[in-house]
Ligand binder design. Structure first.
Ligand SMILES: [Zn+2]
Length: 1149
């Protein structure tokens, strides 16, 4: 029954779309016949030909779309029988049709993942633990560890002491500041001290620093480095540009910084990292584990995990586990993970459970130095007299620690922040420990073999011991948020701290991705244009590639766990902000000049002039802490060309917004001359005063995937453009409004008290006339949900420890409803392109908008906030949605925008523990509906009460929270945040929900999120009648499937010539998992398939690939498929599995 109904809907939908497409084809053909040509006869032939070409392209695209639709329909109707292209060779999957149970083809059911008895599900652990925080004695957050002493008689304790130095790329000092003062000395000394004795070892994680140092040293020293690496004395661990934050970072940036680091290591050192090392990020995400595994790493170490979870894992001996992705039914994503058991990664908390003893074995704290042991027992230099006593004292700690693990191999880190700077520190640590090791060596009755080691040394010994004993590690699913290091000190503040820069981070990310893709396409087009593989003379490919590289590295640097987290000193924040801003501006140059060449009809007219770029962005960012401002365009009767780049892989209908100097304007498609639906709105200089010089022009653009479209704007006849109409409300005190060009009303009496309502074809919304804030939503299907928007203040506790950059420590009263001292001004705007309601409060301006569009853009409500809390003291502002969704204590938030994670709000935890990071999405659901909040920036999210979802918008905190930063966060800015709110029907959705259920966004939510995070980019050509002819650039003949995301198309560096683009491109595809129970009731603009096999040539048609070779996620050559598997000839079929990212090394023909 259910199946047949869904089928009817689907078939009907597909039929409708096919008919619509055919109708559009007819329309286009008619349009081509009827059009008149005002040009000169000479240009007319060219023009006709180009238009004809254009038409053919467009028809091809529509045909291709229709073919896909038919294919989807066929997928659905027929049992799965994949046979691609011209006969055979393709791997045919037999298990990929999900369609038998009446769900969407290709979707992912909400699985309850159960593993073998040894499997650990973190959500269950949270249900189980009392979080009572008893005093554990010497190991304060743990327990007394006992042993008999004969445990190691058969299997001696095998100890690896791993020297490390934790170098933050920016925190109290800037990246360059630390490098000059500390890091270069550490690395210089490393070279000397490791070379002195081959038993000495060291690990290094941050390639940002390592590469900077590499540039400073001579060839001889570089050879020494390579020798040390080859000899296994120096290991580069993780190999990322930074030790990335795992809460706020988007997976694009997490992977990009890993690629940047790994590519650097491959080029300069010629090795491949195999172990991960993340000792300082404030909580850990399985998305990072997935990326590391995909990049070829076998093992990883994590440290900052809730103390109660550590204790539980220590008791169960599950501190070492196979970390498995929540959504993965197979062990494919498993990576061996070691969780450090104690409080910190410093020496007092790594040798064993008792910090006052372990501190005595940090020989950097010998008496007379700058650092000491806070437990008041100092280390002693190891001498013949004390070696026995010292060795036995240390051995006792090692043995206790070893009891927490299943194997007799023991990992003991030796290091701290910026350690091993001075030569004397190296000597103190290495010589004293060597004496202890020698003593152990001379006393076999102690059954310990101790030495310096790297992570690889440790993990290979672990593997050896486990396989010898025939034992395996337990599997674990879940994530390690929200971190607490002691008491109720939960690190949920940094999910929001410095929100201005969290937003800037994502702007930078979108700019980088767009530039990467357009640059790669430009180089490919240029090579094809010349036919000989050469680039165009005068195109600064090398300079652009350097700009791209600098952009990649600055985005990478900002993923550091004190950067995007908002936990650096003010001056360091400015340094990061300046880097991001400069990178955005430089990347824009690359975008503009790539677009310039691609758009020229006559390529011989290309001419690059850095000082006078042909194209300009339509906005200006004037400072690192300023929001973008649109540049007003001067209009005349001469058409002004607007160039729009669609960075998404789908055809999309978008509203493009520019500011013009006339209230009358007209936009046409430059190719067809077709006028576009448009709307003129006021630019409000103050809430009630409209500019008389600037006007906002919004028009509907239909943008093919990855295309550059050209539109013409001209001044129009007075009164010919659709102008928005405004209604103003303010309780008690109707405002005076200055608005020369727009119709304004100010209702009085009962009219003023009626609920405000806006609607489009898909959604109707109601808002309060007093506040303008949303109250209710109704879908076309009839589904109605209460959906009230509220704002809250949080203060901080009156206890000694208060909220700061890391910690959220609110007062016992919790969030208090925001009550404005005077009623807000409410401004309703209505127009043909969009309608919205703006509420102007003292601390924020809040706007909800509906677009009058078909396609997914019309299905969601756009919310934007402009927040300014600079006048406040120790306050945090939150936005809350209060709904009637019966979600119980369950909700979902994303991890790094890569996957959704179930959350359980637990009363036994303090309020701040129930806040989680949200990179791009969160939702509440019950059996009939789902409310998703999709975001364009990372923030803290919680669902403290059933039906509610809240996000923290900004925080201003006057004091340090005692985690070393030494300051509060008071550098707040005028901060923007942007969301799509999506209400969806759920049909026959899973009953809620015993175990840990794995859920996904719907296809509609994926598309909505994609367009939110990757807005179209608008460029402006000069107003000049001598303008060369432009034609749109349409690299793809049709949209990619809705569930396939082009994560990146990233030009790789030339293997021979440094800082120069090669012909090889990293193609990164992510097939998203999507929800089965929210079938779209009208078809989306793209299709999807139950098949896991994808024909790469077909996806990118008409682009052609000379070669396609699958590789690891960081494109290391040794991860490439073997030469024999390299796909030289189409059809090139590859398997993209739901949830998986797949990387290819391709050459575009
Ligand atoms: Zn750190």
């Amino acid at each position: 029954m259910k199946t047949s109904r869904l089928l009817t809907v689907l078939v009907g939908g597909v039929f409708c779309l096919a008919v619509m497409s055919l109708y559009r084809m007819l329309e286009l053909m008619q349009g081509a016949e009827l059009r008149e040509h005002p040009d000169t006869p000479g240009g007319q032939v060219d023009n006709d030909l180009s238009r004809l070409q254009q038409k053919i392209d467009e028809l091809e695209r529509l045909l291709s779309d229709n073919n896909r639709l038919v294919a989807t329909l066929r997928d659905y109707l027929l049992p799965h029988k994949a046979s691609w292209g011209k006969g055979g060779g393709a791997n045919v999957s037999s298990d990929s049709a999900h369609s038998q149970d009446g769900t969407l083809p290709g979707c992912r059911l909400a699985n309850e993942m159960k593993d073998e008895t040894d499997g650990v599900q973190l959500l269950d652990v949270y249900d189980l633990l009392p979080f009572d925080n008893p005093d554990g004695g010497a190991w304060k957050q743990g327990f007394e560890i006992s042993y008999h002493g004969n445990e190691w008689d058969e299997q001696p304790l095998e100890l690896f002491l791993v020297p490390h130095s934790h170098n933050d790329p920016g925190w109290l000092k800037t990246f360059d500041g630390y490098y000059q003062d500390q890091t270069r000395h550490i690395l210089n000394n490393m070279l000397i001290k490791l070379s002195e004795d081959s038993r000495r070892k060291m690990i290094w994680a941050e390639i940002s620093y390592f590469s900077k140092w590499w540039n400073d040293i001579d060839e001889q020293k570089r050879e020494m480095v390579k020798r040390l690496v080859r000899a296994g004395q120096l290991e580069l661990v993780t190999g990322g540009w930074v030790m990335a934050d795992e809460a706020n970072s988007h997976y694009f940036a997490l992977l990009d910084q890993l690629i940047e680091g790994h590519q650097w290591i491959q080029r300069h050192i010629g090795v491949k990292p195999s172990s991960g090392w993340a000792v300082d990020p404030f909580g850990h995400s399985p998305s990072m584990a997935y990326l590391l595994k995909g990049a070829g790493l076998q093992d990883m170490v994590i440290q900052r995990v809730h103390y109660a979870v550590k204790k539980h894992f220590a008791r169960q001996q599950t501190l070492e586990f196979q970390w498995r992705q929540s959504w993965d039914p197979s062990p494919r994503s498993d990576i061996t993970c070691h969780m450090m058991p104690f409080y910190s990664y410093d020496v007092p908390h790594t040798c064993g459970p008792n910090p006052s003893i372990c501190c005595q074995f940090d020989f950097h704290r010998l008496p007379g130095g700058r650092v000491y042991c806070p437990w008041r027992i100092s280390p002693q230099p190891i001498t013949e007299q004390n070696v026995q006593e010292r060795a036995l004292l240390l051995l006792d700690q090692y043995r206790q620690k070893s009891r927490l693990f299943r194997s007799p191999v023991l990992l003991v880190p030796l290091g701290d922040d910026f350690r091993f700077t001075d030569s004397s520190e190296w000597d103190a640590q290495f010589s004293n420990y060597q004496k202890l090791f020698d003593y152990f060596e001379q006393h076999p009755e102690l059954h310990i073999k101790a030495r310096f080691g790297t992570l690889s040394d440790y993990f290979s010994a672990l593997r050896r011991r486990l396989s010898a004993a025939g034992s395996t590690l337990p599997t674990l699913r879940g994530d390690f948020f929200t971190y607490a290091d002691r008491d109720d000190h939960y690190w949920s503040g940094y999910f929001t701290s410095r929100p201005f820069y969290k937003r800037l981070d994502r702007t930078m990310e979108a700019t980088l991705r767009a530039t990467e893709i357009l640059f790669s396409l430009t180089l490919a087009e240029m090579r094809r244009f010349h036919g000989n593989g050469q680039l165009v003379a005068g195109f600064p490919a090398r300079e652009h590639f350097q700009r791209l590289t600098a952009g990649r590295r600055n985005l990478a640097l900002f993923q550091h766990h004190d950067a995007v987290t908002g936990t650096a000193r003010d001056a360091v924040v400015v340094d990061y902000g300046t880097r991001l801003l400069h990178s955005i501006l430089n990347l824009r140059q690359v975008l503009q000049s790539s677009a310039h060449w691609l758009l020229l009809l006559d390529k011989s007219q290309y001419h690059h002039d850095q000082s006078k770029p042909f194209l300009q962005m339509d906005d200006v960012i004037s400072a690192q802490d300023a929001l973008p401002q649109k540049t007003p365009l001067t209009l005349s009767d001469e058409p002004r060309s607007l160039i729009i780049f669609n960075p998404t892989e789908q055809l999309r209908t978008s509203v493009i917004s520019v500011v013009v100097d006339s209230p009358d304007a007209r936009v046409v498609d430059a190719q067809t001359g077709r006028p576009m639906a448009a709307q003129i709105s006021a630019v409000w200089e103050e809430p009630t005063r409209a500019s008389t010089e600037s006007f906002q022009l919004d028009f509907v653009a239909e943008l093919p995937p990855l295309s550059l479209a050209v539109y013409h704007v001209t001044k129009a006849a007075v009164g010919s453009a659709h102008r928005a109409q405004y209604t103003f409300y303010r309780q008690g005190n109707p405002p005076t409004v200055q608005s020369e060009y727009f119709q304004v009303s100010r209702p009085k009496g009962p009219e003023a008290d009626a609920p405000l309502s806006l609607s489009n074809k898909h959604v109707q919304m109601w808002s309060s006339p007093e506040t303008g804030l949303l109250q209710k939503l109704r879908l076309q299907s009839g589904l109605v949900r209460q959906l009230q928007v509220q704002f809250l203040w949080y203060g901080t506790t009156s206890n000694r420890d208060k909220s700061g950059a890391y910690l959220f420590l609110p007062g016992t009263e919790g969030g208090q409803l925001y009550k404005p001292s005077e009623p807000p001004l409410v401004r309703v705007s209505r127009g043909p392109v969009f309608s919205d309601i703006t509420s102007c409060f003292r601390h924020f301006t809040h706007r909800v908008r509906l677009y009058h569009l078909d396609g997914h853009a019309g299905r969601s409500v756009e919310i934007s906030n402009m927040v300014d809390i600079r006048s406040e003291v120790n306050r945090e502002l939150a936005m809350k949605l209060v709904t009637d969704v019966a979600n119980g204590n369950r909700f979902y938030s994303d991890l790094n925008s890569f996957q959704m994670q179930q959350r359980r709000t637990l009363e036994k935890l303090p309020l701040q523990a129930n806040f989680y990071p949200m990179t791009s999405a969160s939702f509440l659901q019950d059996s009939t509906s789902r409310v998703s909040l999709l975001t364009a920036q990372s923030q803290a999210v919680a669902s403290l009460t059933p039906g509610e979802l809240e996000v923290v918008l900004d925080r201003r905190l006057q004091q340090d929270d005692n985690r070393g930063l030494g300051q509060g966060v008071t550098d707040n800015k005028l901060t923007a945040s942007l969301y799509h709110l999506l209400l969806e029907d759920r049909r026959g959705g899973a009953q809620e929900v015993g175990g840990a259920s794995v859920e996904h966004l719907s296809l509609l939510a994926h598309l909505s999120s994609l367009s939110l995070c990757h807005p179209p980019i608008t460029m402006v050509a000069p107003s000049n009648s001598q303008l060369p002819k432009l034609r749109p650039f349409l690299p793809l003949s049709s949209s990619m499937p809705c569930d396939v995301h082009l994560l990146n198309l990233r030009t790789l560096e030339d293997a021979q010539e440094a800082e120069t683009p090669s012909q090889e491109v990293a193609l990164l595809l992510h097939r998203k998992g999507f929800d089965c129970s929210s079938a779209p009731d009208t078809p989306l603009q793209c299709t999807w398939s139950a098949h896991e096999e994808v024909n790469v040539d077909d996806l990118f048609s008409p682009l052609r690939f000379r070669s396609v070779r699958q590789s690891g996620l960081t494109l290391l050559r040794e991860d490439d498929e073997p030469e024999s598997a390299r796909q030289q000839q189409p059809p090139r079929i590859t398997r993209l599995q739901p949830m998986e990212i797949t990387a290819f090394r391709v050459e575009i023909d």
